[in-house]
Design a protein around this ligand. Structure first.
Ligand SMILES: Cc1cc2nc3c(=O)[nH]c(=O)nc-3n(C[C@H](O)[C@H](O)[C@H](O)COP(=O)(O)OP(=O)(O)OC[C@H]3O[C@@H](n4cnc5c(N)ncnc54)[C@H](O)[C@@H]3O)c2cc1C
Length: 456
């Protein structure tokens, strides 16, 4: 069957493309190919008892399936151009913000009503930060929470499933140009469509590279962010998280002039494993439901690394560091800040004695054997700076999990419609290299859907 639009990937980018296409023109035949499972079948086998760490499932339920990498995330939709991607460089600042607000309205309509929208506007914390060399970025953040985020996705799926054809466990292998559009080859057969939207996310990053090579689409290599996830008693950060929920704070290190930033803050949340192409790194999330909340807050401290000539493989660099931590720790490692400063590894005994109880069962170890000195020095410097606005951050028992790596996809050459050099072939969301967040990925999906129908 010939489709009007074929979407590869059912993450936020793909979902919001499908949503907007069906809303604006219900007569269109749309096919969504998704490598992972439907939402109801997504289940990570780690239960903390029988299965304590990643067993490398064929399809990772955390990263793949309806809802994409964001399905079990904290559901923080940041409405801002200051972080989360560079979509605004392609479509303009106002349009990007308008689309993010539009996505927010849909999320509210599909189950998110009643959730809180936090804002940095007029916050006194900004002044407090700047006095200590810390810069609080401007944003509004809708916090759905992992539980409500799931409900929103469930409702979106129930609405879309009768309007769009979904094929799960159906990874696209090859994308070819035909006379009238595109042919996509999968294990389930070959599908053709006039337009093709690729939204394969970060888990599809390697595959995306092959598509670009096959179709001669220009790319440029991007950065990688390397760091740790910090976990501490929620009280230490409560004055920031109560007011802002998530504070994105940037610090320039005195020693090297590198930028270190907080990322993905989860008040009363849990630290979790993340599996990207078989490499286990660390991440975090939190629940809106008080019954599921913990006594800890976690957030990442990341240092951005970009390379100049001759080295181009920034993701390979991040992968090697993550592999080293997996080699030493069998997965994610945990170390108390006090042990790191004293130059000794954390042991199971030291972690047991800690006043901060870890929410992830990670291997006690020594992060200085894994993380390059320059990056680790920057993280330590920032922890001391944060200690001035949130005293207690630099306590002995503050837990550091490593490594956290944010892999960025290479940037695909796209025009203002997020269209490649091939007419009718669009790349959106994180696999385009221009979005790194739920709100930007979703907004990019709406933008392309509107463009396709405007020019149909
Ligand atoms: C644990 C975790 C927590 C996060 N928390 C937040 C947060 O709170 N706020 C925030 O803004 N961002 C968060 N993120 C990032 C956010 O989830 C991503 O930026 C967002 O999901 C990107 O959307 P996307 O549609 O581009 O890609 P994805 O969500 O990655 O979806 C891509 C989909 O494509 C499928 N796919 C890949 N290759 C193929 C193929 N060849 N054929 C068919 N299907 C394919 C994948 O299975 C996947 O389902 C989090 C990420 C993780 C992992």
């Amino acid at each position: 069957m010939q489709y009007d639009v074929l979407i590869i990937g059912a993450g936020p980018g793909g979902i919001f493309s499908a949503y907007e296409l069906t809303r604006l023109d219900p007569s269109k035949h749309i096919l969504v190919l998704e490598a992972g499972y439907p939402l109801s079948k997504r289940k990570c086998p780690i239960d903390g008892k029988k299965i304590k760490s990643c067993i490398g499932c064929k399809s990772c339920s955390i990263m793949n399936g309806f809802g994409g990498a964001g399905a079990f995330s904290d559901g923080k939709y940041n409405i801002t151009n200051q972080f989360g991607g560079t979509l605004y460089e392609y479509i303009g600042k106002q349009e990007a913000l308008d689309l993010m607000h539009y996505v927010d309205e849909i999320n509210l309509r599909y189950g998110g009503e009643g959730t809180k929208l936090y804002s940095t506007a007029n916050s006194a914390i900004k002044k407090q930060c700047i006095q200590h060399g810390l810069h609080l970025l401007d944003a509004s953040v809708r916090h759905l929470g992992t539980d409500i985020n799931y409900v929103v996705l469930e409702n979106l799926y129930n609405d879309l499933k009768d309007k769009v054809e979904f094929r799960f466990s159906c990874a696209a292998h090859k994308v070819e140009k035909t006379e009238n559009g595109y042919r996509v080859t999968t294990d389930d057969g070959v599908f053709e469509a006039e337009k093709c939207i690729i939204s394969a996310g970060r888990s599809g990053s390697k595959w995306m590279e092959t598509v670009c090579k096959d179709l001669n689409i220009k790319t440029k290599s991007n950065r990688v962010d390397i760091g740790v996830r910090v976990e501490l008693p929620a009280n230490v950060f409560s004055h920031l998280t109560d007011e802002l929920y998530e504070s994105k704070i940037v610090y320039r290190t005195q020693k090297y002039g590198d930028l270190v930033r907080t990322f993905c803050m989860n008040p009363k949340g849990a630290v979790v494993n993340e599996n990207t192409n078989g490499i286990v790194t660390v991440n975090g999330h939190s629940y809106e439901d008080p019954a599921k909340q913990t006594e800890n807050t976690n957030f990442a401290l990341l240092v951005a690394k970009t390379f100049s000539e001759p080295f181009k493989d920034s993701n390979g660099y991040g992968e090697s560091i993550a592999r080293l931590s997996n080699m030493l720790g069998g997965g994610v490692m945990v170390q108390r800040f006090g042990d790191l400063i004293q130059g000794r590894r954390s042991t199971p005994d030291r972690i047991r004695q800690s006043f901060t109880t870890p929410t992830l069962n990670a291997t006690p170890g020594d992060l200085s054997l894994v993380i390059p000195k320059r990056i680790l020095d920057g993280i330590i410097e920032m922890i001391y700076a944060l200690d001035k606005v949130a005293p207690g951050t630099a306590n002995i028992d503050t837990l550091l999990y490593g490594v956290e790596v944010k892999f960025y996809n290479m940037e695909v050459a796209l025009n203002e419609n997020l269209e490649t050099c091939h007419e009718g072939l669009f790349v959106i969301g994180d696999c385009s290299g221009i979005t790194h967040s739920l709100s930007h990925a979703s907004a990019s999906g709406v933008h392309v859907a509107r463009h396709i129908l405007k020019n149909a």
